[in-house]
Design a protein around this ligand. Sequence first.
Ligand SMILES: [Zn+2]
Length: 189
Amino acid sequence: MKLKSIISMVIMVVITLSIYSVSYADCWSGTTNKVNSEGKIYFWKDSSIESYGYSAKFTSAISNWQFSVDAMSFSNVTSADDYTDRWYVGDTVISGLGGQIIPRKKNWLGLWVTADLDEDWSHCKVYVYDNQMDYYNLTTLERVSNITHELGHSLKLDHPSTTQISVMNQGIQDIGPSAYDEQEYLSKW
Ligand SMILES: [Zn+2]
């Protein structure tokens, strides 16, 4: 290959990489709850949170995300409307699955469906799985970190696309949001 075409290929690769790095944030697009303009996430807690013994752990996970006055506050409501997140603790047969979120929206027929990650969500359901955390002998701190991770997804934070210290990394950890996570959060909201 001629040097000139090698150079132009290199330029093409560099341009492609820079577009990629600009457009690929570690947050999903769109909004959630429609109340984010108020700087609040409204959530409703299923009774499973208390019955599985996770009330204090969820409280710690909430405070993990309220790292500054600029951070969104979480507001507990006793009945859920269309724009209220719903939080649950349960068990799953899926080995190694510590938790998951299910983003939801109404389709054009007015029926509730799972939303794409990059769409506007009306709300999302947050699940953490007690039997999996038991199976891997997670400490209290690791369980709080796992809940913090799932709440991060409910705030539209994705897994890091680059190597980072982050509560949004997959796997067992015992950390809260890192400087990187706070930056991602503040760039999103
Ligand atoms: Zn995750």
